[in-house]
Design a protein around this ligand. Structure first.
Ligand code: CU
Length: 163
């Protein structure tokens, strides 16, 4: 008795998988979606306030995680500096941390007075209007390239009160 009528209905749910993965094909080893769902991360509002000198600069943005898999920001690289750090702010003092959580279905906010990315030592001093490329590395998601807009020193994404 052979039942060849068993039909599996392939429920192809193409959710957020097709987020612009076009463009510069960085050497991508390994397959992308074989059963495992990598977090789909999107970055918005990325900027760097024009630094005062070439010693350090901060970078701010919102990293959104639309997947059900929690991830972590683990490293940042940029042609502008060989030493990028991930900082958090505790009791108004910033300190380096190994990673920052990007919660499932949530977001990681990098903002003034809070968690942020810090360039330690710049190869040159960026000016307002410049664009700085950074690459964000995550524990699970593929690296994400982001362009930081260099903004006025007082610029703030949300108009939270400066102090
Ligand atoms: Cu810092």
């Amino acid at each position: 008795m052979n039942t060849r009528t068993t039909r599996t209905i392939a429920a192809a749910l193409s959710l957020t998988a097709a987020l612009a993965i076009s463009g510069c094909s960085s050497s991508d080893s390994g397959s992308t979606t074989d059963g495992k769902t990598k977090p789909a991360l999107t970055v918005s509002g990325a900027f760097m306030p024009e630094p005062v000198n070439d010693k350090m600069a901060g970078a701010f943005m919102v990293i959104k995680n639309d997947s059900k898999t929690a991830d972590k920001l683990t490293a940042v690289t940029s042609p502008l500096s060989d030493d990028l750090q991930i900082h958090e702010t505790k009791d108004q003092k910033m300190q380096q941390v190994q990673s920052l959580d990007v919660p499932a279905g949530g977001e990681l906010k990098l903002e003034r007075g809070g968690d942020h990315i810090m360039f330690m030592g710049l190869k040159n001093k960026p000016n307002v209007g410049d664009k700085i490329t950074v690459e964000l590395r995550f524990e699970k998601a593929d690296p994400v390239k982001v362009e930081l807009d260099v903004k006025e020193r007082t610029y703030n994404a949300q108009n939270s009160n400066a102090h």
